[in-house]
Ligand binder design. Structure first.
Ligand code: CUA
Length: 137
């Protein structure tokens, strides 16, 4: 009985911060997660948005450059399986769930390089899956 309930919960996993759907099969072909849109963008209103795709077993792009001391919105999607990301020393920590966009708001307080490892087991290459966040003045 316990096992059945647990399986039911696991099937209805959702990202913690929002409910935005995206088709994992077409996210590389159309919409905001196509390759030219990835990385750091300053929107028309001055808002800084970062878009990243998590795949087995790499992040695209592998290095993000972000400004120090400004609000940054990070948006993630995946075409394959469940991943998780955190950025050491910040509040950035979220699951990346197939079928959803995961969004995190943060302000990077110090310049320098931060590690962004995948922290959800996603297959044989999991331990090699990480990116760098470079915070610049
Ligand atoms: Cu991706 Cu572990």
């Amino acid at each position: 009985m316990v096992a059945i309930v647990y399986a039911g919960l696991a099937m209805h996993i959702n990202p913690p911060s929002n409910i935005e759907h995206i088709d994992p099969k077409t996210l590389h072909l159309t919409g905001e997660f196509t390759e030219p849109n990835l990385g750091t963008k300053v929107e028309a209103n001055g808002q800084v948005t970062v878009r990243m795709v998590a795949t087995q077993f790499a992040f695209v792009p592998q290095c993000l450059v972000v400004p120090e001391g400004k609000p940054v919105t990070l948006r993630f999607s995946t075409p394959d399986v469940l991943h998780g990301i955190l950025v050491t020393g910040t509040n950035v920590n979220t699951m990346i769930v197939p079928g959803y966009v995961s969004q995190v708001h943060t302000v990077f307080r110090k310049t320098g390089d931060l590690l962004m490892p995948c922290h959800e087991y996603c297959g044989l290459g999991h331990s090699q899956m990480w990116a760098t966040v470079r915070v610049v003045p």
